[in-house]
Design a protein. Structure first.
Lengths: 211, 229
């Protein structure tokens, strides 16, 4: 896959929230203020990158060769939960500023479908027989790429940009909500429904990228 | 379990705390699966009911064993086990449904409805109550999901349960943006109906209370009259 294609797809055409419906709960729940939306988006991005970095080798080198693919859900969620815990502790110790900006959202991110979703997307496209190419990907740039199998570099890259796509969507929605929350809306439409209408228009705009 | 408690749980799960329409939990599968047609919605609902009932049962049986500090990881492990069971079962016996639902079957693990019920109900209620709660929450989810799926299928594809009805279709409802619109309208309509029924019940209750009061007054008056006499 082309790097540029991954970036465009992850940010717009294949946007996690508006096109794949992953991570809707934080999208609707934590988008009241732009600052909190940014924090949440960055936390999701960070965890997504870590997930791709760790889950891809675990799946290709441990689970797939041993035929344990059916354990993926259990393994991924355990790995992600413990990594998020470690990341939170490291941030609290070494970077209090960053911790106060996005640390509080980290525990929320663990049980977020976007994270498990990226782990599945990235590992679904792997193939155990091609696993040998992964290291050549990392060390010598992208040398071989047969049959659209995602290499390690591409997996991490897509993790980063899908996360940024999520951040883009949630920050845009937070911007819209600062307007819609002040509107005089019919009583049954207040709260979630009007937010979803805003998201509906955003989805229409993002749909243009897929045509 | 008393009948009154059972009724309470059933009403909570399906109407008063309907996970999809009132609590707005588990939105990702709702938005995604309703676009796949009503049959996929039923399949998804069945999977969620299974996971919800059994995870509630296990968590409620283990609620005195699990330490409070690590309860969330424990809950997630229990839920993930049952999701794996459902996923393997569907892969073996319902290939078409499995292919249709794809990733959203695995994502039941991180569905907020299930973790939410584990945390707020099953972790401090007896087993039988928790099973009922899981069952009715699941039914509430399935019914609203399937209704939404039917609306989107009829409007967007002119089909019902995979059978072509007519050639008229509004493709918007089958698209991604249509999912948000349908969901928003469903919540709004449900809110209108719910508030109307609630107002009526309140009115009726007030009416009944007034009647009881009047009766009590009349009785008191009668008793004082009897005393005087």
């Amino acid at each position: 896959m082309d790097v540029f294609a991954i970036i465009i797809a992850a940010l717009f055409a294949d946007n996690f929230v508006l096109s794949q419906f992953l991570g809707i709960c934080p999208f609707l729940g934590v988008s009241k203020k732009i600052s909190s939306a940014t924090g949440m988006g960055l936390a999701v991005t960070a965890v997504m990158v870590i997930t791709c970095v760790v889950c891809y080798p675990i799946y290709t080198f441990l689970l797939a060769p041993m035929g344990l693919q059916y354990l993926r859900i259990l393994v991924f969620i355990l790995v992600i939960a413990s990594l998020v815990q470690i990341l939170e502790m490291v941030l609290r110790r070494f970077s209090p500023g960053l911790y106060s900006a996005m640390g509080i959202y980290l525990p929320l991110v663990t049980t977020n479908c976007a994270i498990l979703g990226i782990a599945k997307i990235v590992t679904e496209t792997t193939d155990a027989s091609k696993a040998g190419y992964i290291f050549s990907d990392v060390f010598f740039g992208k040398l071989v790429n047969v049959n659209m199998v995602m290499g390690y570099g591409e997996a991490v890259l897509s993790g980063l940009f899908y996360g940024l796509g999520f951040t883009l969507a949630i920050v845009l929605l937070a911007g819209l909500r600062t307007k819609t929350d002040k509107l005089q809306v019919a009583k049954p439409m207040r709260g979630f429904p009007i937010t979803m209408l805003a998201a509906c228009f955003m989805a229409m705009a993002f749909y243009l990228f897929t045509i | 379990m008393k009948l009154k408690r059972f009724k309470e749980i059933a009403l909570d799960g399906t109407v008063r705390q309907n996970p999809t329409l009132r609590l707005v939990l588990g939105t990702c599968p709702t938005l995604a699966v309703t676009g796949m047609g009503a049959i996929s919605c039923l399949g998804m609902g069945a999977a969620v009911i299974f996971v919800l009932v059994f995870s509630n049962l296990m968590i409620s049986l283990l609620r005195n064993v699990i330490p409070d500090k690590v309860r969330i990881p424990c809950f997630i492990m229990i839920i993930a086990t049952f999701v794996t069971i459902v996923s393997m079962f569907m892969e073996a016996y319902m290939e078409k449904l499995f292919a249709n639902l794809g990733m959203f079957l695995d994502l039941i693990v991180v569905n907020c409805i299930i973790l939410g019920r584990a945390e707020s109900f099953a972790s401090h209620n007896p087993a039988l109550d928790s099973v009922c709660d899981g069952l009715f929450m699941g039914i509430g989810f399935t019914v609203s999901l399937t209704l939404m799926g039917i609306v989107r299928e009829i409007l967007g594809k002119g089909m019902l349960f995979g059978v072509q009805l007519w050639n008229f279709q509004i493709a918007f409802f089958a698209e991604k943006a249509g999912a948000f619109l349908t969901y928003a309208l469903f919540i709004a309509i449900f809110n209108v109906c719910y508030n109307a029924v609630e107002r009526k019940l309140k009115h009726k209750a007030a009416h009944n209370a007034a009647a009881v009061e009047r009766e009590a007054e009349a009785q008191a008056a009668a008793s004082t009259e009897a005393k005087e006499a």
